[in-house]
Design a protein around this ligand. Structure first.
Ligand code: SF4
Length: 318
């Protein structure tokens, strides 16, 4: 019999970031929107669910680059050839279709594709110049251009089948358990070098920022658990596709113990806001206040149900 679909407590780096940024947004994303896919869902729940799936143009650019690289890696893994010009053309076409779907707010009425629903810029009628949209495509084009000219295609083509671990395997697969909590950690690419050294890789579009090292430490823990590999041997790499820079993240016992300590503290703070931790039932929404600093509101998909749409619009005009 199929297990009932329940809102179980889990942890991920992105959940932690949402929790830190704005508790109201965290509540909307992980609790208020739950069940919004049901045809009988209350209107307010459905609204949160649709809004939760929107991204901004920068996240969209990152997502299409990740999808294109994932497809290329899977093709190489299967022994197929990949034509970079065709990948670029296919990605450009996809983005034009995405844009049309989003600009007409099709996400309110139609299912579209798994990794894209629509853009907050369209939902809230934000003024974005043609130049800025073109720049977004340029970010995608240059990231793919760098990737296909880098050492990675040759490396991937040279891997024997036993050396491939996984390629962006998704939330249904890439999880592990830490202190009894399900943790989502989905490396973009994980493989074994010829001498058996495990490597986890994370592709990044845009600039380096704090928190990324922490993310790949989670990936390192994940591959050691799933594939029973020694932690000391894992190498982790952040690859900045637009800057053409690779950054090795040091994985050792101290770094991982630090990660675990921060994870434990993060989970404890999240659980303090549960009325019933065993069923992951949150306290009343009033226990999840709005952020006082309006900076995250400017990017927030929930600004309308939150009551901050007008305040954000005024900020954008000022
Ligand atoms: S609009 Fe601002 S206060 Fe409201 S949920 Fe979003 S980030 Fe939080």
């Amino acid at each position: 019999m199929r297990r009932p679909f329940t809102n179980d407590f889990s942890w991920s780096k992105s959940r932690h970031e949402k929790f830190q940024e704005c508790l109201r947004s965290y509540y909307f994303f992980y609790y208020g929107s739950w069940g919004g896919w049901e045809s009988a869902a209350p209107e307010a729940v459905r609204e949160l669910y649709v809004l939760k799936k929107l991204g901004n143009r920068y996240a969209w650019a990152g997502s299409v680059v990740h999808d294109a690289i994932k497809d290329a890696l899977l093709d190489w893994r299967a022994g197929r050839t990949v034509d970079p010009a065709k990948v670029e053309a296919r990605t450009h076409k996809l983005m034009r279709e995405d844009f049309k779907h989003s600009a007409t707010k099709g996400y309110w009425t139609q299912k579209y594709r798994k990794t894209f629903s629509g853009l907050v810029e369209h939902e809230y009628g934000e003024p974005v110049s043609d130049e800025a949209w073109k720049q977004n495509w340029e970010t995608v084009r240059s990231a793919l251009g760098w990737f296909f000219g880098s050492r990675w295609p040759e490396l991937a083509r040279g891997l024997k089948s036993a050396q491939w671990l996984e390629v962006d395997a998704g939330a249904d697969f890439s999880t592990f358990t830490l202190d009894g909590v399900k943790v989502f950690a989905i490396p973009d690419f994980a493989y074994l070098e010829a001498d058996g050294t495990p490597v986890v890789v994370d592709w990044k579009t845009g600039k380096a920022r704090d928190g990324y090292d922490e993310q790949v430490l989670g990936y390192a823990l994940y591959v050691t658990q799933r594939y029973r590999l020694p932690l000391e041997k894992v190498r982790a790499s952040l690859v900045y596709l637009n800057d053409g820079v690779e950054h090795a993240v040091h994985v050792d016992r101290d770094a991982v113990e630090g990660f675990k300590a921060r994870f434990t503290a993060s989970v404890a703070r999240m659980r303090e806001l549960l009325a019933d931790p065993s069923s992951n039932t949150p306290k009343d929404v009033s226990a999840f206040p709005q952020t006082e600093d309006l900076t995250p509101c400017v990017r927030c998909a929930f600004r309308r149900p939150c009551g901050r749409e007008a305040a954000v619009a005024a900020m954008k005009v000022a």
